[in-house]
Design a protein around this ligand. Structure first.
Ligand SMILES: [Zn+2]
Length: 258
């Protein structure tokens, strides 16, 4: 089984559409566009078996209609709460989807970015879309602070070696913010120094392992001593929700300035 990240909405939202394929079968996750997916599937003689959706935002769903025209037998899976007329199979926590014989994904509820957000997981891959990014996390666009902080802690509890696939290429901006939050983290310093992005070239590998995020992503570290101290100074209370909120607000202010 292979996984490739195909860039979409380049220059505006900078998404990745993840394509999983084996033999003649393929699945796609969050198609915000369709033409580059149809081109890829055609070139590789692949038949689209299914589409997985993580949440309702258009940059994750706008490609579905055209994909369904080209591949009418492909089944569309999505969250129970998502309002989208194309979703045929509604998913909730712990539901499983067999993509290939030896590759089954399990649904994790990860609300916060939006109330309907889910992630897809097994030990070989975590597809967490706009919940967790490389060195950052999604913005709060409809979910609650409480939900979002718990979703991040839920992802942090997954095994270190889990390969990790998010839905946007915001690594550079996220690393520049992360180093302000935690300037003395040597692993983060090295990550920033080593950073180079291939975007918008297609990726043939994952965006890394969860271990790297646990070691360097401030949104998985808001309760670690050095970061927590800074957040308490910025007015946070000592609870995951309040620490996360203070950090998320800080990032939003940083985004407005940069
Ligand atoms: Zn989104």
């Amino acid at each position: 089984m292979k996984i490739i990240g195909i860039p979409a909405l380049v220059g505006s939202y900078d998404n990745y559409i993840w394509v999983l394929y084996q033999d003649a079968d393929a699945w796609v996750i969050d198609p915000g566009e369709s033409q580059q997916i149809i081109d890829f599937l055609t070139q590789h003689h692949l038949m689209l078996q299914g589409i997985l959706i993580t949440h309702h935002h258009f940059d994750h769903t706008d490609g579905i209609a055209t994909l369904k025209q080209h591949y009418p037998t492909a089944t569309v899976f999505g969250p129970q709460k998502t309002k989208n007329p194309f979703i045929q199979v509604r998913l909730k926590e712990k539901d499983t989807i067999p993509l290939f014989n030896d590759f089954i994904l399990t649904v994790l509820d990860t609300p916060g970015h939006t109330p309907d957000h889910i992630s897809y997981y097994n030990e070989q891959a975590l597809f967490c879309a706009d919940t967790l990014f490389t060195a950052g996390c999604g913005r709060l666009l409809g979910g609650t602070i409480e939900e979002f902080s718990q979703s991040l802690l839920k992802l942090r509890a997954l095994p270190d070696a889990t390969p990790f696939y998010c839905a946007h290429e915001y690594t550079e901006d996220n690393l520049n913010f992360a180093i302000q939050v935690e300037p003395n983290n040597p692993i983060l310093q090295r990550r920033l120094a080593d950073f180079s992005t291939q975007y918008p070239a297609p990726l043939t590998h994952s965006q890394g392992q969860l271990k790297t995020e646990k070691e360097t992503n401030p949104f998985l570290r808001f309760d670690c001593p050095e970061i927590k101290q800074q957040l308490l100074k910025r007015g946070a209370e000592d609870s995951p929700a309040s620490l996360f909120k203070t950090l998320r607000d800080w990032k939003d202010q940083y985004d407005q300035q940069s």
